[in-house]
Design a protein. Structure first.
Length: 276
């Protein structure tokens, strides 16, 4: 192991998120010689053949010299995969397995295991993701920095104060992209109903969503202020928003996120011991 500005990072699981994070790390200047990827499926490892990253069919061979082990498997297989890892308490375990609690990860490793739980979302595949992170008390500041470095390869990171807050992170940003995709679907369909071609409605919707997100992200104004600024009394925007308010859009969003939050808690219980 070589704890330095370029820690040796081993990914257990070679799926889309692991591929995105390794690609982002390489773009950030992390040496390919400091990256490992393990997966029992040869076709999954084929994606890494041109990146000069060491690949393994055996998880324990991949992690033996690692400073950081990234658990990048589906939560359904996390218990077996994690229990079989020959991981030491000197190595940081970073879990991006959704819904798998720290207590479960400790049960499958040891109580002295440094662990960071992360909840990324799918835009991380394009380097535009949002990840919530929470570390247990065994993590050193250096190890927390390693976790942040890895997840920032896929976008923006945010540390939460309690592990239970990751369930809310899941509801807002983990599942959040799908909410916006559904709104885009509805706007495209409405545009077609109003006489636009599907291609035109799609271009208008996607660029509008992109522009609105940029305005909300890159200005100091709150979304409510931005909405107010573009809503002229008696105008077309006001007419549309009035319909949304009449149908309780805010209440609908609250109920939807509450359902996602509750499901996140339930999944943690299904995959092991729930969050603290």
């Amino acid at each position: 192991m070589q704890a330095s500005t370029h820690p040796i990072i081993a990914f257990v699981g070679a799926g889309n998120m692991a591929f995105s994070l390794t690609r982002g790390l390489l773009s950030d200047g992390h040496p390919a010689t400091c990256l490992r990827v393990a997966d029992p499926l040869p076709e999954a490892l084929a994606n890494y053949s041109t990146a000069e990253i060491m690949t393994f069919a055996d998880n324990n061979l991949a992690i033996q010299d690692a400073d950081v082990v990234v658990l990048a498997v589906k939560p359904q297989v996390a218990p077996q995969v994690t229990s079989e890892l020959a991981i030491s308490s000197n190595q940081l375990l970073v879990s991006i397995a959704a819904g798998v609690s720290l207590q479960s990860l400790n049960n499958w490793t040891s109580d002295a295991q440094p662990i960071v739980r992360c909840m990324p979302n799918t835009p991380a595949l394009l380097g535009a993701g949002m990840s919530g992170l929470y570390a247990n008390t065994c993590c050193s500041p250096e190890q927390k920095g390693f976790a942040e470095q890895i997840l920032q390869a896929g976008g923006t990171t945010l540390w939460v104060h309690k592990e239970s807050e990751l369930d809310a992170v899941t509801a807002v940003s983990g599942s959040g992209p799908a909410y916006f995709f559904r709104l885009m679907e509805a706007m495209i369909e409405a545009g077609e109903t109003l006489g636009l071609s599907r291609e035109t409605a799609t271009i208008l919707t996607l660029q509008t969503a992109y522009g609105a997100a940029l305005m909300a992200k890159d200005t100091d104004e709150q979304p409510a202020t931005l909405r107010h600024n573009v809503t002229s009394p008696g105008g077309t925007t006001a007419a549309a928003l009035a319909v949304m308010e009449k149908d309780d859009l805010g209440g609908l969003i609250q109920r939807a996120l509450s359902a996602a939050h509750a499901r996140s808690i339930a999944l943690a219980e299904e995959f092991g011991t729930g969050s603290n």
